[in-house]
Ligand binder design. Structure first.
Ligand code: ADP
Length: 401
């Protein structure tokens, strides 16, 4: 290796060196980068200990190198301030200096400026510390979040328990009010005047409405808790729709609404829970009636769905319809659209969320299209049963939304 290459390496690696005799007197210095702060001219002939104050307490170690007992001595990350106040990081190595015969004639002192590496290392350490701090903060926030979630869950369970207990407690007296009003209306306790009949009919309608709301609240808590179990059986859907429509007869008659059922002959049976399927169809029919003015038309169509293996029930009305903005929130609990205010229909905004959950429990789908002022059509699908409907599957209809 010629001198130029050696100097190039020294420059590139920012290395300077000094060679001493056995008395530690500097006899040669090479410092192309000025790492000795250009003091090397003055250093010739001086003690290495003057040049490197860090070695002052290491004379014994230097003596061991001179005897050949110690092959090398290193001081890493020594820092020094420059006259300009800049901190330098230096690595220092002391090696024995030998002549051609291998005799140790003094020491070689190598000094490397590793400031760049040192700065990067320091930045890395700082980044690592910041990362650790962030990790600690994240872990703390995760703990707080978990605690907040647990509290929310506890409150949610309390709310569900409260709603469930309240609804249960309300249901029994409401059922007996409804029952006794029915007996009174049947004049089993004596004849009624027109005024008395009218008043009792109002009580009956209100009791039924309250019963529907309490049943819906119970359903919401049951669905939330995953406690709704379906008893699936092959079901004749057109017969089920007819039964539900008959139950809603008085509601339709009161508004002089006409209901048409369209079902092609030979439809296969659906696989569904009859009570829950009746509730689904009842909710849609009841809504169609509630949100359609006096004299409106309601059509229920049954057909094989586009999706193979499913039947589709579509309930169409020519009522007030639903605005595009309201349509985005239709399945939110307790949401009531503008149509509810337009028609002044009663309700609690629970029918559609419950209907959707029940449809999805059947592996079916629910969707709709609607135009304000023109009407709405709600579609639901039920899976097709692979067995015919049995005679025992007399539909058991329940109240609407
Ligand atoms: P509820 O009828 O008890 O208010 P639902 O959850 O069944 O609750 O319906 C939510 C809202 O969606 C209703 O308040 C009504 O504004 C709107 N809606 C539902 N069905 C129809 C329909 N066929 N036509 C117009 N609006 C409807």
């Amino acid at each position: 290796m010629d001198l130029t290459v050696a100097q190039l390496i020294l420059q590139d690696r920012k290395i300077a060196y000094a060679i001493t005799d056995r008395n530690l007197s500097v006899v040669q210095v090479s410092d192309p980068m000025g790492i000795f702060y250009n003091r090397h001219q003055a250093s010739l002939g001086r003690s290495l200990l003057d040049l490197v104050p860090e070695l002052v307490s290491s004379e014994a170690v230097l003596a061991d190198i001179l005897t050949g007992e110690l092959p090398r001595f290193e001081l890493a990350w020594v820092n020094r301030e420059t006259a300009e106040g800049q901190t330098l990081y230096l690595t220092m190595v002391i090696l024995p200096h030998r002549d051609r015969t291998g005799q140790i004639t003094g020491l070689v002192y190598l000094i490397q400026d590793v400031t760049e590496m040192g700065t990067i290392d320091q930045q890395l350490a700082q980044s690592r510390n910041e990362l650790r701090l962030l990790q600690d903060r994240l872990a703390r926030q995760n703990l707080e979040l978990a605690a907040a979630n647990a509290e929310l869950q506890r409150l949610d369970e309390m709310k569900s328990t409260f709603v469930s207990v309240a609804a249960h407690e309300l249901r029994s007296p409401l059922t007996s009010i409804s029952g006794y009003v029915e007996i009174l209306l049947d004049e089993e306790f004596g004849p009624l005047s027109d005024d008395q009949r009218e008043a009792l009919e109002i009580v009956q309608r209100s009791a039924r409405r309250l019963l529907t709301i309490t049943n819906n609240l119970l359903d919401v808590t049951r669905i939330e808790a995953g406690r709704v179990e379906l008893v699936l059986q092959p079901t004749d859907l057109p017969a089920l729709v007819e039964t539900v429509a008959a139950e809603l007869g008085p509601q339709l008659e009161a508004k002089a609404q006409r209901l048409t059922l369209r079902a092609p002959p030979g439809l296969p049976p659906a696989l569904c829970d009859e009570t829950r399927a009746a509730q689904i169809i009842g909710n849609l029919l009841s809504n169609a009636s509630k949100y359609t003015p006096h004299g409106g038309l309601i059509t229920v169509s049954l057909a094989p769905a586009e999706e193979e293996g499913f039947l589709q029930v579509s309930v169409a009305d020519n009522g007030v319809g639903i605005s595009a903005e309201d349509q985005t929130k239709l399945f939110d609990r307790f949401f009531r659209a503008e149509s509810a205010h337009l028609t002044q229909a009663s309700g609690a905004g629970l029918g559609l969320p419950i209907t959707r959950s029940l449809v999805e429990l059947h592996s079916g789908r629910i969707w709709y299209e609607s135009e304000p002022g023109k009407g709405s059509t709600f579609h639901v699908t039920f899976p097709i049963a692979d067995r015919p409907a049995t005679a025992s599957s007399e539909p058991a209809a329940t109240a609407g939304a």
